[in-house]
Ligand binder design. Structure first.
Ligand SMILES: [Zn+2]
Length: 437
C-alpha cells in the first residue's frame, strides 16, 4: 500500500472538491517506476521545470539555470547535479588511479584504419600559400597572420614556413582552401610587395609515424605527433567512473526528453573533462525535432549549440543573457562572429557521449568542432557517420581525426534491448528502423 502526497494527493483533492468529480473514489492513479524500488523507499516524481513552488535544496539552482529555448532546458548541468545518479556506478569503489584492464572497460574502442604510410593513403587538402622572396619579411608576416585571423585550428598540424634548401626560397602557408570553397585567397599586406598567392596540396592531418612524416613533409612540413599503432590510452578507475557517470547522464537526458516531451529518446552530453580544464561545466541536450518541428534539431547539434552559447555568454566583452533565451550576439552580428573567429563551438580536447551513433550531419559537426572522443550506446546501421554507414574521421580529405568508442555495459545502466519508439514507458532507448540520430 502507498500513501499519495504532493501532486498525487493534489489530484485526489481536486477530485474531492469538484461538484462534478472526474475521478471517483474507486479510481486509482497509476505510476510506473523508472527503476527497482526498495522496501520503505519514498517514491518521487518529476513535476517538470516550471514549478509553482520554490524548491528548498539544490533543485533551485537547476531551475534557475534551466532554459526553455528549444533544448528542453536540460543543458548546462553543473557537476554537483550529476552526483545524484540513480544507479550505482560500478567504478566508484577502489583506487581512482588503478588502471582498468581493457576487457573490463564499459566500452569498446573503434579501430581506426592504419596510419597513412603509402603515398596513395595520404589524405590531403588544398591550401593558399605565397612565396616570400625577402626572408626579413617572415616575422612581419607571422604577426600579420594573427591579425588577419589566419591562425586557425585547421592548420595546427602544419608548419607555417617551407624553406627550399636548394633554392633558398621561403614559402608561407596562409590558409586551407577546401574543395568547392568559393572563398578566394586572403588579401596580402600591400607594403611588402609579395608575388600573388597560389594553391598547393598539403597533408590533412599530422603524422603519427616516421614513414608517414617523411611522406607528408615532402608535400608540406608537417607536425609529428607520434603514437604507436597499437598504443591505446590506459584508463584508470577514476576515469572509467567519470565516463560511466557521463553515459548515465546521457541516458537520463534521453529518458526525460521522451517521457516529459515525447521526443525521440536521443541525447548528447559533453561532461567537464576528467583531467580538468578547458571546461568546468557540463552540457546535455536531447533531440528536439518533435517540439520544435525542426528536422535539424538533433541532440548532438543541440548540445554543441548550448556549449557555443555558453562560451558566447561568458565572453566579458558581450552581454548575452542565457536565461532570457536571447541569441548570442555572434549569431546576430556578423562583426561579432568574425571577432569570435567561429571558435565558440570548438570541442578541442573534449569528449561527447551520445545515446546513438550520430548521423552524418552530426558526425560532420563533431569533426568540425575538433572533438577528441565520441562515445555512443547504440549504433545506427542505416544512418550512422561514426562507423556504420561511413566513418567520417577516416575519410580522405577530412582534416581532423577523433576516437570512437561504443558502449558495451548496458546492464549497469539498466537498459534493456527492447525497441521502444512510440512507447515512452519502456526504458530501452533503441530506435526503430531508419531514424537518424
Ligand atoms: Zn544527427
Amino acid at each position: 500500500m502507498a500513501l499519495a502526497l504532493g501532486l498525487g494527493k493534489s489530484t485526489h483533492t481536486t477530485a474531492n472538491w469538484s461538484p462534478d468529480p472526474p475521478v471517483t473514489s474507486t479510481d486509482s492513479i497509476t505510476y510506473t517506476t523508472v527503476r527497482d524500488v526498495q522496501p520503505g523507499e519514498e517514491l518521487c516524481i518529476f513535476y517538470g521545470h516550471n514549478l509553482w513552488f520554490k524548491p528548498s535544496d539544490k533543485m533551485e539552482k537547476q531551475v534557475e539555470e534551466s532554459v526553455e529555448d528549444g533544448w528542453g532546458g536540460l543543458s548546462h548541468i553543473s557537476a554537483s547535479e550529476e552526483e545524484g545518479q540513480p544507479y550505482r556506478n560500478p567504478f566508484s569503489d577502489g583506487s581512482r588511479d588503478e588502471v582498468v584492464p581493457e576487457e573490463d572497460l564499459p566500452f569498446t574502442r573503434f579501430k581506426l584504419p592504419p596510419e597513412e604510410e603509402t603515398p596513395d593513403l595520404i589524405r590531403t587538402v588544398d591550401s593558399w600559400v605565397v612565396d616570400v622572396p625577402d626572408a626579413r619579411h617572415i616575422n612581419t608576416l607571422i604577426k600579420w597572420l594573427k591579425q588577419a585571423q589566419l591562425e586557425t585550428p585547421d592548420v595546427a598540424h602544419l608548419k607555417r614556413i617551407r624553406k627550399n634548401l636548394q633554392t633558398g626560397e621561403t614559402t608561407l602557408l596562409l590558409c586551407l582552401s577546401p574543395q568547392n570553397d568559393p572563398t578566394g585567397p586572403p588579401a596580402l599586406p600591400d607594403s611588402l610587395g609579395l608575388p600573388p598567392c597560389y594553391k598547393t596540396t598539403v597533408p590533412a592531418s599530422s603524422a603519427l609515424t616516421l614513414p608517414s612524416l617523411a611522406l607528408k613533409s615532402a608535400l608540406w612540413p608537417t607536425m609529428y605527433t607520434p603514437k604507436r599503432k597499437d598504443e591505446v590510452e590506459a584508463w584508470t578507475r577514476g576515469k572509467a567512473a567519470w565516463a560511466w557517470d557521463a553515459m548515465s547522464t546521457t541516458v537520463q537526458t534521453a529518458r526525460e526528453g521522451t517521457l516529459l516531451k515525447n521526443e525521440l529518446p536521443i541525447a548528447a552530453h559533453i561532461p567537464a573533462p576528467y583531467d580538468g580544464p578547458p571546461l568546468t561545466v557540463s552540457f546535455a541536450a536531447h533531440d528536439t525535432r518533435s517540439t520544435t518541428s525542426h528536422p535539424l534539431r538533433h541532440a548532438a547539434i543541440n548540445v554543441i549549440r548550448k556549449l557555443a552559447d555558453y562560451h558566447a555568454s561568458n565572453d566579458s566583452t558581450r552581454s548575452v543573457q542565457l536565461d532570457t533565451g536571447s541569441a548570442p550576439s555572434s549569431l546576430l552580428d556578423p562583426a561579432a562572429a568574425r571577432e569570435d573567429n567561429g571558435s565558440n563551438y570548438l570541442l578541442t580536447g573534449q569528449t561527447i557521449f551520445l545515446t546513438h551513433e550520430p548521423c552524418i550531419m552530426c558526425s560532420m559537426a563533431l569533426l568540425h568542432s575538433r572533438v577528441k572522443e565520441v562515445f555512443y550506446l547504440y549504433p545506427s546501421p542505416s544512418t550512422g557517420g561514426c562507423g556504420s554507414l561511413t566513418c567520417l574521421p577516416t575519410l580522405k580529405g577530412v582534416n581532423h581525426r577523433f576516437s570512437i568508442c561504443t558502449w558495451s555495459d548496458f546492464s549497469s545502466l539498466r537498459l534493456d534491448e527492447t525497441p521502444n519508439h512510440g512507447d515512452a514507458h519502456t526504458f530501452g532507448l533503441r530506435l526503430d528502423g531508419e531514424i537518424d540520430a
